[in-house]
Design a protein around this ligand. Structure first.
Ligand SMILES: O=C(CO)[C@H](O)[C@H](O)COP(=O)(O)O
Length: 233
């Protein structure tokens, strides 16, 4: 999908931002367009404050001139705008390909609204069929945690797998919080709430990339323009 279309989706989200708002800034190539366009508004006089979901976004936002804060100073935000890896018909999401899922989820949960921007390759019938679920884990006890996640995958009834992100390249990927990521392919996830609970019951799991009932609106870029998806429609 072209960067131009991602930028169009990002533009629709920027159009919802008003002066005075506290805005969560997502991570990834689509969110990058949002931050860039928001920076243009700020330089033109819009008065907003951003809370970034990753060090990469923080650095881009600073370059764009967006004033930044954090969730210690601001407990609630008006809106978070972020990308996604999979979006189902009820606007439940898989996120975390960029490795920022923990901060993304914390920031989204602290926001009155979450708007997702994406291209139409991200829209799926059911979560998990295409994209492995990123699971952020503590370094301590990695082997045991991995085995417990693998057991969940095995019990899911498909030919799933679990990979430590970056292992094949020789250097495990490290998140901004100093954790590791297990990419767990479950196949079609028929009961996301149950899977979420099972994952969070594993002590070494810090968080996972299922974003359930968090997003109410998505702007999805298609070759024919940007579609607005609303939860419950
Ligand atoms: O969850 C994310 C990062 O952790 C991203 O939002 C997600 O991977 C989508 O990224 P992109 O817009 O580059 O496709």
């Amino acid at each position: 999908m072209s960067e131009a279309l991602k930028r169009e989706a990002a533009g629709r989200a920027v159009a919802e931002i008003r002066s005075g708002m506290k805005v969560g800034l997502g991570t990834g190539s689509t969110a990058r367009h949002f931050v860039d366009l928001l920076g243009e508004k700020v330089r033109a006089g819009m008065d907003i404050v951003g809370v970034p979901t990753s060090e990469a976004t923080a650095s881009q936002a600073r370059e764009c001139g967006i004033p930044l804060s954090d969730l210690d100073t601001l407990a609630r935000l008006d809106v978070t705008v972020d990308g996604a890896d999979e979006i189902d018909g009820d606007l439940n999401l898989i996120k975390g390909a960029g490795g920022a899922l923990l901060r993304e989820k914390i920031v989204a949960a602290a926001s009155d609204a979450m708007i997702v921007i994406a291209d139409d390759t991200k829209v799926v019938e059911a979560l998990g069929g295409r994209f492995p679920l990123p699971v952020e884990v503590n370094r301590f006890g990695l082997g045991a945690t991995r085995a417990l996640v693998q057991r969940l995958v095995d019990g899911h009834g498909t030919d799933g797998w679990v990979k430590l992100r970056g292992e094949e390249a020789g250097t495990p990927f490290e998140t901004d919080g100093g954790h590791l990521i297990l990419d767990a392919f479950f196949g079609r996830i028929s009961q996301p709430e149950a899977l979420s609970n099972e994952l969070l019951n594993i002590p070494g799991v810090v968080q996972h990339g299922l974003f359930l009932n968090m997003c109410r609106k998505a702007y999805v870029a298609t070759p024919n323009g940007v579609e607005t998806l609303l939860k419950g429609n």
